[in-house]
Design a protein around this ligand. Sequence first.
Ligand SMILES: [Zn+2]
Length: 712
Amino acid sequence: MYRRRHILWFSLGGALLLGWLFCLPRQLFKGVSYSTVVESAEGELLGARIADDGQWRFPPCDTVPARFATALVQFEDHHFWYHPGVNPVALVRALADNLRAGHVVSGGSTLTMQVVRLSRGKERTLWQKGVEAVQATRLEMRCTKREILALYAAHAPFGGNVVGLEAAAWRYFGRPAAELSWGEAATLAVLPNAPSSMHPGKNREQLLQKRNRLLKKLHAQKFLSDDSLEAALAEPLPEAPLPLPAWASHYVERCPKGVRTRSTLQLPLQKAVEETLRRRSDDLAREGVADMAAVVIDNATGDIVAYVGNASPERERPGRQVDIAASPRSTGSILKPFLYAAALQEGVILPRTLLQDTPVNLGGFAPQNFDRQFYGAVPAAEALARSLNVPSVHLLRLYGVPKFHDLLQTAGLSTLTHEASYYGLSLILGGGEGRLDEITAAYARMVRDESPIKDPWARWYTYEALKEVNRPDQLDWRLIQSVRKAAWKTGTSYGFRDAWAVGMTPGYTIGVWAGNAQGQGVPGLTGARAAGPVLFDILNLLPADDRWFQEPQEEPAWAPVCPDSGMLSGPDCPAPQPTPIPCAGLDSEPCPYHATGEFVLPPAMEWYYKTYHPAYTGAKKKTTEKELEFIYPQQSASLSIPRQLSGAVEGVVFRVAHRRNDATLWWHLDQEYIGETRFVHELRLTPAPGKHVLTVVDEAGNTAFVGFSIAE
Ligand SMILES: [Zn+2]
């Protein structure tokens, strides 16, 4: 009998113990939604978004600032550091008070019990209080005192829709909880006690008295000196809730929801970049350019250190919510440096290989240079620096569209979702779309040697070419205060819809975009005018840095290079210069222009080239080279006949270059004589749809012909 009772008690005790062990949910605040909180690299608040349930409730912190902790413990539960979760003396006293009153009037709850109550959100009844007390003892087993305090600070109500100490510190005082004064800490310590009946917008007098009583108590306990007390008592209560910091607002939108994110943005730089963009954007707004974005990357780490998805998001205009830095836009010329570097790396060209710059029609695609001029032949580095379109199309044809398409994808561009054939050669002129953040990152990865451009000499020649600032789409240098050295490139998309500028220094990569999120073009919106000045403004905000890209340590290939063509020297090239080139350059084409010992370009190239190069003499001796050549169209071109707006047929201008200025040419379309030209060999024709052959003959009987087709 005795034994049986013994077992019974033992089992009961065991069951109770088990029950106690499992009485507390594994995760106390399960299902609670938190604000999205994004901090700068330094840990300062960049911005926050309200939680799903409409509360300003920041994700819990590990620690509670000392002043608030002291004030809270003194106000709510001054045995907190010693009791096991419940304070029997306080409970009994509260029970007596409540029984006398017939309902719950006073708490007697410890902070631990309050944490449990906050997590359960149940009615305040005696039964619930009992459950809270039991669970509180269990919570004390699981967590340290400081962890319990942190749970309280994160979930206590502070009036209105403000939950948790951190949100309260920002909403009421506009600063982080760690920087609160004694007066502020005391205000927040007394608020959760009765947040609905008393907060800074309600019963202010009572709140002030409550705070001051606490301050005096803290002073009596020697936490505050006499002077501190006096200063704290003189502090005013907060007024209406303050707006939270709102830096990098589009970046904050990109961050994971409902958690705290420590970003890589540097707050002082972020502020300065936002201010710069706001100023520049306000100027451009008068010209009809509404939106502007910028991204700054630290090349040492690859981290984004400043990000403006759209300048002046507060200014009322359509499209201001669009994070334009992450939106696909036509790339204009902004990808040209990758082609130059890739072509160098693979030995398709040498740094100054002459590229053809004559009219072309590639399956209906007839690119023009920005200034609508042709230069005959231009060194590749200069073509890049001047952003000439026609030579870059020729270069892409040499390099290969599918290969370049692959390279851009490997470089991190996620927006080229179509097959290479969809873009064709227009890929190098903005036929594809790119995002400012990805393009800027692709440039930064080139500096960091994390891009498909592996050859250090190819990269170095690219930086050197981009250092040149003499461009056809001139930057207005008067708009720029001081110019630091950068390797930079601009881009302007078709129809003046997108203006780009990306610049690199050894330390940083900066990308700027300007235009309209809605897509409308603005005459005169060019990368150099709209985006370039902002790029240099931002460059001036960065730490001063006189370094420049070093010549690579890696041994280059040394090769004799023809001074006229920039290509590998042939047997008849004059005074070849030993030049460091990427190793693959040893397999590049040798110079074809000195076959006769003289520098002679093909007639079409010569026709334009000699205008810009008075020293160019062409063939002085009788050569076996061609005397005349079609400039336009090219062999097998398919043409369509342009019409004017009125519907009138314009005709196509056919052109021939002849080496002699005074040559006379006789023209034949499909064997039929159609006219003659002298000095300038141009004829405007409107051939019928279908295939044709155009033939020209000079006095000496030299002929040239071109086959082409006219679209229906
Ligand atoms: Zn040569």
